[in-house]
Structures are given as structure tokens and as C-alpha cells.
Design a protein around this ligand. Structure first.
Ligand code: GLU
Length: 295
């Protein structure tokens, strides 16, 4: 498979969509990112890596980091984590308070905000600051870090997330102080990585877990990504792309083809549902051109 050629073709074919859509605007460091960026990286399970466009520029990975949080929580807590959070698509906004009320404080899945807060709470029971070292371990890169300006923006504007944390607390599904969990959440959203770094960091999910997770855990994280990884667009993603994927409001998306490769893409213009417009098209083109998908 000539992945280098395929990435070059994809970069050319998505151009009409690059710069389209809306860039996340709720904090200045995201609002000021130029919309006309596009990068993509692919890493095979053998460790060969390919890249095109702005693949080496770091961006705010936002909710993509929730995958690392879930993996670490599964490592630390095993299946116990599923007593506190579900694994069904939410069918509503990633920051819905209504659903949490109706479902008595058990978040639908670990990738909506309420679910991520519960996952972080579970991790905090094992110690402070476990997540960044874990992400660095997965990435094989000690320079991965928080973007403090983004973290500050999250903190300043995170009223709904605050409401959610206290809501969870009122239902008894948050064991640590809500402020401590929120602080971990705001920092998690602020991790900055490039497509190349993400493709490498997610490679444990394509390679049966590697040293990061067991094969069983990797399979399950992929399953949750397939059904819950791309906001309220999981059906469309499965249909068009056919790979487990996780997106973030920074315009990044990472997709996993178990046994073959990981692909990370970034373009900040978002669809109505909050997924990168050009990024989604790029992943659709990838599975079309390679004729490889989980289906
Ligand atoms: N940081 C934002 C929030 O918690 C968005 C995270 C995302 O979905 O990428 O509301």
C-alpha cells in the first residue's frame, strides 16, 4: 500500500473543504487558530510513519485526550469503572445536563463531559498527575504537555462543566472534591499534540494494546470510540469512514484500524455536530482509497 501517495492525494482532494466550517470560539486560543490548516499523519503497526500538510504542528487535542483517560482508568480500575459510567452513545450534546438528571448521575459514556469527569475522578483516587506521564508514555515523547493558556480559558469559561461536576457529586458519583476533578478536566482538554504525535500515541490501539493496555482493553476502547467517539455523529462516521475514531473541538480526529494503522488528522473548521469537516472527509477518503476499514 502506497500510503505516502494516498496521503498526498487526500490532502489535494480535501482542499475545497479546508477553511470551511466553524472554528471553536469559546476561548481565544481556539478562536484565533487559522481555519485554513490541514495536516494528516498515518502510522502503520510496523512503525512506518507518513505525513502531509501541517502534520507536525501542535494543536489543542481537546476531547481526544479522553481516550487516554479511559485507557488509564481501565488500567487502574479494571471493569469496575463501568459501574460508574455507561458505554452507549448519548444521542444528545456532549455537555448535556438534562440526560445526566434523567439517568440519575450515571453518564452515558466516558467521552461525553460528564463521563470524562467520572473517569478522571477514578484516576485521581490513585494519585495526582498520573495522566500526563501516561500520555507521554503512550506517545513515547516526554515533551507532550498542557497548553496553559487553553487550560486557563477552559477554567474561565467552564461553567457548564462545573455544574456537571457538582451534579455528579449530588448523585454520589464523584468521590473527590469537585474542584480537584474539574482542574484535572480543564488540564486534560488543554493537551497539545501534532497529528504525527497523535498517530504514534494511539498506536497501542491498532497494535493490540502493546505495553500501554491489554489486548482486551484496547479492543474495548476501540469499541467505545466506534459508538461514542465523534459526538452525535457516530452513525454517519461508521457509515462514511468505518473506523473507530475520536474527535475534539480543536479540529483533530484520530482513527484506528486495528492490526493495520492509526491515522490522525487536523483541520480546525468544524461541522454542525462539532467534527472537523476536512478531517472527516480525509478519513473517508483514506478508507475508500485503501479499501481498508473494520467492515
Ligand atoms: N473543552 C470543551 C468542553 O469541555 C470541549 C471538549 C471537546 O469536546 O473537545 O466543553
Amino acid at each position: 500500500m502506497d500510503y505516502a501517495l494516498i496521503l498526498t492525494q487526500i490532502a489535494a482532494e480535501v482542499q475545497p473543504l479546508v477553511g470551511k466550517g466553524r472554528v471553536a470560539e469559546y476561548i481565544p486560543p481556539l478562536a484565533s487558530v487559522r481555519a485554513d490548516r490541514f495536516g494528516m499523519a498515518l502510522r502503520t503497526v510496523d512503525g512506518a510513519q507518513y505525513a502531509t500538510g501541517d502534520a507536525d504542528e501542535r494543536f489543542s487535542i481537546q476531547s481526544i485526550a479522553k481516550v487516554f483517560a479511559l485507557t488509564l482508568a481501565m488500567r487502574l480500575e479494571g471493569d469496575g469503572i463501568w459501574n460508574r459510567v455507561g458505554r452507549e452513545p448519548s444521542g444528545s450534546a456532549f455537555n448535556s445536563l438534562v440526560q445526566l438528571e434523567v439517568e440519575r448521575g450515571i453518564p452515558r459514556n466516558p467521552f461525553i463531559n460528564a463521563g470524562a469527569l467520572v473517569v478522571l475522578d477514578a484516576i485521581l483516587n490513585h494519585g495526582d498527575d498520573l495522566l500526563l506521564p501516561f500520555i507521554r508514555e503512550a506517545a513515547g515523547n516526554e515533551s507532550i504537555s498542557y497548553d496553559l493558556e487553553v487550560a486557563e480559558g477552559e477554567r474561565r469559561t467552564g461553567h457548564r462543566n462545573r455544574a456537571m461536576a457538582h451534579f455528579l457529586k449530588s448523585f454520589g458519583n464523584l468521590q473527590n472534591d469537585a474542584g480537584r476533578v474539574l482542574d484535572a478536566y480543564f488540564r486534560l482538554c488543554s493537551i497539545a499534540m501534532s497529528c504525527s504525535e497523535l498517530a504514534r500515541a494511539f498506536s497501542y490501539l491498532a497494535g493490540g494494546g502493546g505495553s500501554i493496555a491489554t489486548a482486551r482493553q484496547a479492543k474495548r476502547v476501540n469499541a467505545v470510540m466506534l459508538t461514542c467517539g465523534v459526538y452525535d455523529e457516530a452513525g454517519d462516521y461508521a457509515y462514511r469512514v468505518g473506523l473507530p475514531a475520536k474527535s475534539g473541538v480543536g479540529g483533530g480526529v484520530v482513527a484506528v484500524m486495528p492490526g493495520k494503522f492509526t491515522a490522525a488528522v487536523w483541520s480546525p473548521g468544524l461541522s454542525e455536530k462539532g467534527n472537523s469537516l476536512a478531517g472527516t472527509m480525509a478519513l473517508e477518503l483514506l478508507t475508500t482509497k485503501t479499501a481498508i476499514s473494520i467492515f
